[in-house]
Design a protein around this ligand. Structure first.
Ligand code: KIV
Length: 265
């Protein structure tokens, strides 16, 4: 398999095929996802909750995202590595947006994801692409706007709302975005948006008609248990696995079974 790039992603959309996106926050998880053939690995700001235990994504910053980006990029050979730009890292002015996004590229990312839509966001996307930084957009429910959206709410429920998301997506596409995450959008609306865009859409709880599907890997592995969204599918039970391994180790230490003769110098 060769390195996944913006060109690969567009070819997949053009041929009517699908691609997979999972989050990773550390070196070995990223390495295994890459080995498994995942096409895009996202250092999501969801790490604020699932890796750092914060309440929302707002608390994570550029310096933390740089550390996680470096770790993930080191583990990946083929997948495209995208860093989710944290809250306030691209909102104040274009030059700090370019600087902060550029830092992630220096840490090994192949592109960045930024949330939302406005005239300002469009100019940020344009400038980033001119700088050589591929941009993944993110529309529908955008967690960094949690407080203004008034909670975890499905977006694009009416015809008008779906049309508005399509309008925003088209403008992001025109500004140079190479793909767009649609989060918590009804399946029919996401289908309509996907069919009317040239670039791929990535479903995060937006149904099966998008070009790609993204999930938080801790939900997929059954590792994070504080909250699981309705659209996430659990493929394993890492929480139970970790607890069982830790219990056995604890018991082996206390009973004197660990270490054995092969585990000593
Ligand atoms: O932060 C994240 O992990 C995300 C994806 C789930 C799209 O934004």
């Amino acid at each position: 398999m060769s390195k996944v790039t913006v060109k690969t992603i567009q070819k997949i959309k053009d041929s009517g095929e699908k691609f997979s996106v999972l989050t990773a926050y550390d070196y070995s998880t990223a390495k295994y996802l890459d080995e498994a053939g995942i096409d895009v690995i996202l250092i999501g700001d969801s790490l604020a909750m699932v890796a750092l235990g914060y309440e929302t994504t707002h608390s994570v910053g550029v310096d933390e995202m740089k550390i996680f980006t470096r770790a993930v990029a080191k583990g990946v050979k083929n997948a495209m590595v995208i860093t989710d730009m944290p809250f306030l890292s691209y909102h104040t002015d274009i030059s700090s947006a370019v600087k902060n996004c550029g830092e992630m590229i220096k840490c090994g990312a192949n592109g960045v994801k930024i949330e939302g839509y406005s005239e300002y966001i469009l100019s940020v996307v344009k400038r980033l692409v001119e700088t050589g930084i591929p941009v993944m957009g993110h529309l529908g429910f955008t967690p960094q706007f949690l407080n203004t959206l008034g909670g975890y709410k499905i977006q694009g429920k009416t015809k008008e709302a779906a049309k508005e998301i399509l309008k925003q997506a088209k403008e992001l596409e025109k500004a140079g975005a190479f793909s767009i995450v649609l989060e918590m959008v009804p399946q029919d609306a996401a289908k309509y948006i996907t069919e009317n865009l040239t670039i791929p859409t990535i479903s995060c709880g937006a149904g099966k008609f998008c070009t790609a599907q993204v999930l938080v890997s801790d939900d997929v592995f059954g590792k994070y248990s504080d909250f699981t969204p309705k659209f996430a599918r659990k493929y394993g039970d890492m929480k139970e696995f970790i607890i069982n391994c830790a219990k056995e180790f604890d018991s082996d230490v206390k009973s004197g079974k660990f270490p054995n003769d092969k585990e000593i110098f």
